[in-house]
Structures are given as structure tokens and as C-alpha cells.
Design a protein around this ligand. Structure first.
Ligand SMILES: Nc1nc2c(c(=O)[nH]1)N[C@H]1C(S)=C(S)[C@@H](COP(=O)(O)O)O[C@H]1N2
Ligand SMILES: [Mo]
Length: 502
């Protein structure tokens, strides 16, 4: 499997049996179980999944070994079935080609050869054991067997250890190679025709531990169904608009760079974010207004109600057309915080629609937008029963003090962020120990599509306290106390934080 992983890194990283099986598990996992895994493991869910795949394969390989000691053909046959499943997972991926066969075939060949080798040594050791009863004891105590030419169990152990070390080395080599292939070129963006306003200074210095007004590079949450990142060649990449349009149009990356660019500060939120959770981030995006692209295809007479976006691997994301073009700053983003999109955030292009959860708008690695209807075509998450109209619910989060923090009595800062994309935050209120809702002070306003920092100085007395916060939108919407799970259209409720003051 490790050798196959290395072969895949050199050819098609996604065809590695580990990734192929992992991706298949993701796609086949029922929504409730997936939600449980996200709640349980957070963004470590991918590491947990890959770790589990490896552990299960090791256990099954052990089964193959035990079977092989009874009947070699049975053990090798079992291994071939395992390798076959890994190969099938790779070859059945959407967009897979003949090259995707190689890693699986490599795993089959290497697995069969290793097992045969160990079986031969094991058989020799068995014979030696019959001829020389002291051989096993000698091997166990680490002493040299009486006859140095007699093969022993030590040989089996040495080969096992050697194969394990070689496997670890091969797997690490594969990881290293696929990571290195991920570096991306710098893109020089022309000055945007419609630039964002000056970015204000946040409350970071005044309120320690508050979420920074702009999410630092590297801290931006990542949520998607992929185990590997696509490496897209920017010179051959294109974006197609088709379906119910006047004319199909195809743009290259250069075509997009030549169009008037817009630049906006927008907060992205994942529908899987629990109240108070981490799956929300703010960045300055640069790209082409969605409306300009759709106008080139002509949508005035379209009967479509859905934009079905497709990524480089055939993953699909739906977006309600009327919302996307109602005048908000929807765009196909080409850059994030002044540089090309990082690979995990959709290089070379992704959709951004302020006010819609990512799973119904923010298609990363986008290659196609098809104008269609919800009746005609279903996107990935629609097939899994998630909502199609999913505006981001107004929400707020307490960053400081942290849950179960120990504080000293006296002046303390309660602070955090709140968002109501496309509506804007009117105010944020804090409730201490079930008392009245108190108005907090808001930090600087970026735009209505961007989160807002807030704080409340608090004279904390010794004891255990319960803090809660809620946001109120510029349209008068109050963040609801009713608890909703993220499925199917986003969480609601009010975050409560317990702190101990002494
Ligand atoms: N191609 C593709 N795009 C995708 C996804 C995905 O799984 N595949 N996940 C979506 C979801 S659920 C969210 S919340 C956002 C997250 O964007 P980020 O990872 O850049 O924060 O991307 C969206 N775009
Ligand atoms: Mo999401």
C-alpha cells in the first residue's frame, strides 16, 4: 500500500488506495454519521478517516497472513481481493483514467511478493524448527542458533521489520512528493476596477484573544469532501458557462484577469458550524463579478432557477440563481488576501456569494457553471438531503473569555465576533448570569458582508458565571435562542460560556 501511495504521488495522487478508499467512504457515509464525525473530530476528521483506513488495512493484512499460513493460495487470494477493492475505488472515481490503475496494481504485486517471501521464510523456519528443536529458543533469546546456515524465525522477524521500515519510508516519500507538487505560482493581479474600501484597524490590541478582523493566512477554516488537493494547471484550466443560456461561453484564466475585477471583504461560513464554532473566516477576495460572466452567456430568457457548479473532479454545488444575482457582490474569486487562491481554498478559481453558506455557493476548483433547474439536476449535498436555499443565519461568538477559563476578579473584557452577511450587524448583546441583555460596543465596520468584532468591559466578581451573547441584524432580526442542528440548513441558538472567577 505504501509503494502504491508513492507510485500514485508520482502519477495521480488521488489514485492512492488510501485516498481512493477514504474518498469512497466519505461519499458513501450517510449524512447523520458525517455530521457526527465533523462534530466529534472537527477539521481533524480527514486525519481520523485516513488513520482508520490504514488501521483496518493492517488488520485485514494480518488476516491474510493467518489465512496464508493455513493455505498460501487463500491468503494471497484474500490480499488480491483487498488490492482489488482499492483499485476499484480509484478507477471508479469520476474523471478517472487508465493511469489510475497503476497504484492498485502495484499494491497487488508488492503485497503478493511480500507475502510469498515471508511465507517461504516461515516455511523454512518451520522445517528448521522440526530438525533442530533449539532453533526457536535460540531465536527467542536472541542467541545465535547452533548452525548459522539454518534459517530461523529470526529471518521472518527481520524481513517483517525490514518491510515495515521500507513501507514507512515509501509512504513518507510519497507524502513528501505530493506536498512538493502543491506549490503554486504567483499571480500578478491588475488593479481592481472596483476596489474594496480601506481596511480598518481591528480590536486585536484592545481585546486580547479576540478573533482578528481579517483571518490570517493559514488560519482560514477548510471544509470540503477531498482528501487530496487538486493540482490544476492554470494554462489549460477553463471555466465554462452552459445549460439554459443564450450561448455557451468558455473563459481561460487570462480571459478572466482581463475583465474588470472587483475586490471585496467577505465572511464565509460553513453550514456545519455549530453556534460558537470555528468554521467561519473573513478574507479580501478579488475576482470577476458573477453577473458579468453570466451576462456574456446571456441569461435574460433563461428558465433556470439553479446554478450548478462543477469542480475539476465532477463534484457539484448548487446555488439559487435569483439570490446569486440579486445585486449582492457575488463573484468568481481568483485571489484571496492579495495572492492567488491557496490550493485548499480553490486554486485557481472559486465562487463567493455573500450571505449563502459555502455548501450552496462557494464551489472551489470550479470549472463549470450550468444554468439548470432544481427539478432537473441535483448537486452533491442536495442528493444528501441538505437544504437548497440556505442563507447564513445571523450568529455571534464569544472569543474571550474562553469556556471554563479561570479569571481574576476585577476588570475583564468579554469580546467576540458577530455576522449577518448581506444584512449587517446592528448590535451585539451580552447576558451575564441570566440577567438582562446588555449592549456591547461594536468594533469598526468593514461591510455588511463582513463579520463585526464587539466587546463589553465587565467588572467580574468572584464565583462561577454564565455568559451568553446574541446578535441583532440591521433588519431587526434577533439571533434566535431556538437550538437547531447544522443539518439541513444551519445551526441556531445562543452560545453560553461558563467562567470561574476567583
Ligand atoms: N469543490 C468543492 N467546493 C467546495 C466544497 C467541496 O467539498 N468541494 N465545500 C464547500 C463548503 S461546505 C464550504 S463551507 C466552503 C469552504 O471553503 P473553504 O474551505 O475555503 O473555507 O467551500 C465549499 N466549496
Ligand atoms: Mo460547508
Amino acid at each position: 500500500m505504501a509503494l502504491a501511495h508513492l507510485v500514485a504521488a508520482l502519477t495521480v495522487p488521488d489514485a492512492s488506495p488510501v485516498f481512493a478508499v477514504g474518498s469512497t467512504v466519505i461519499d458513501l457515509t450517510p449524512t447523520p454519521l458525517k455530521e457526527w464525525a465533523i462534530a466529534q473530530f472537527g477539521t481533524a476528521d480527514k486525519a481520523v478517516l485516513l488513520g482508520s483506513v490504514i488501521v483496518v488495512v493492517l488488520l485485514l493484512a494480518g488476516v491474510a497472513g493467518i489465512l496464508a499460513r493455513r493455505r498460501p493460495a487463500l491468503g494471497i487470494g484474500f490480499l488480491m481481493v483487498l488490492a482489488g477493492l482499492g483499485t476499484a475505488a480509484a478507477v471508479l472515481r469520476p474523471g478517472a483514467g487508465p493511469l489510475d490503475l497503476f497504484p492498485g496494481l502495484t499494491a497487488a504485486a508488492a503485497g503478493a511478493a511480500s507475502l510469498a517471501w515471508m511465507l517461504r521464510l516461515d516455511a523454512q523456519a518451520g522445517t528448521a524448527h522440526q530438525q533442530d528443536p533449539s532453533a526457536e529458543t535460540a531465536a527467542n533469546t536472541g542467541a545465535t542458533p547452533h548452525s548459522s546456515t539454518t534459517p530461523s524465525r529470526r529471518g521472518v522477524l527481520i524481513v517483517t521489520a525490514g518491510l515495515t521500515a521500507a513501507a514507512a519510508g515509501l509512504a513518507a516519500g510519497g507524502q513528501w512528493i505530493s506536498r512538493r507538487a502543491l506549490a503554486i505560482a504567483d499571480i500578478a493581479f491588475p488593479t481592481p476596477a472596483d476596489p474594496a474600501g480601506a481596511f480598518p484597524r481591528g480590536l486585536e490590541e484592545m481585546v486580547p484573544d479576540i478573533t482578528p478582523l481579517r483571518t490570517p493566512d493559514g488560519d482560514f477554516y477548510r471544509i470540503d469532501t477531498r482528501l487530496t488537493l487538486p493540482s490544476v494547471d492554470i494554462d489549460s484550466w477553463t471555466l465554462t458557462i452552459d445549460g439554459d443560456v443564450d450561448r455557451e461561453v468558455i473563459f481561460t484564466f487570462d480571459d478572466l484577469l482581463k475583465m474588470p475585477l472587483t475586490e471585496r471583504d467577505i465572511t464565509l461560513t460553513c453550514v456545519s458550524n455549530e453556534v460558537g464554532g470555528p468554521y467561519v473566516g473573513s478574507a479580501r477576495w478579488i475576482g470577476v463579478p458573477l453577473r458579468d460572466l453570466l451576462d456574456q452567456a446571456g441569461i435574460d430568457s433563461t428558465g433556470a432557477d439553479q446554478i450548478l457548479s462543477t469542480d475539476v473532479d465532477g463534484m457539484t454545488i448548487s446555488t439559487p440563481l435569483d439570490v446569486a444575482i440579486d445585486g449582492r457582490d457575488s463573484m468568481i474569486a481568483l485571489g484571496m488576501n492579495g495572492a492567488a487562491l491557496p490550493r485548499q481554498h480553490g486554486f485557481p478559481a472559486r465562487m463567493v456569494v455573500p450571505g449563502l453558506y459555502g455548501f450552496v455557493s462557494a464551489c472551489k476548483w470550479i470549472t463549470r457553471m450550468t444554468l439548470t433547474t432544481y427539478d432537473d439536476q441535483e448537486a452533491y449535498w442536495t442528493e444528501r438531503e441538505w437544504a437548497t436555499d440556505a442563507p447564513i443565519r445571523i450568529s455571534s461568538r464569544i472569543d474571550t473569555p474562553r469556556p471554563f477559563a479561570d479569571g481574576k476578579a476585577g476588570q475583564m473584557m468579554i469580546g467576540g465576533i458577530a455576522w449577518a452577511q448581506h444584512v449587517g450587524i446592528e448590535r451585539v448583546e451580552v447576558r451575564i448570569d441570566g440577567g438582562a441583555w446588555q449592549k456591547t460596543t461594536l468594533g469598526p465596520e468593514v461591510t455588511d458582508d463582513h463579520w463585526r468584532q464587539w466587546y463589553l468591559p465587565w467588572d467580574a466578581e468572584a464565583g462561577r458565571h454564565l455568559l451568553a451573547c446574541r446578535a441583532v441584524g440591521k433588519d431587526g432580526t434577533v439571533q434566535e435562542a431556538v437550538r437547531r442542528t447544522p443539518f439541513p440548513s444551519g445551526s441556531s441558538g445562543v452560545q453560553e460560556v461558563v467562567v470561574n472567577v476567583s
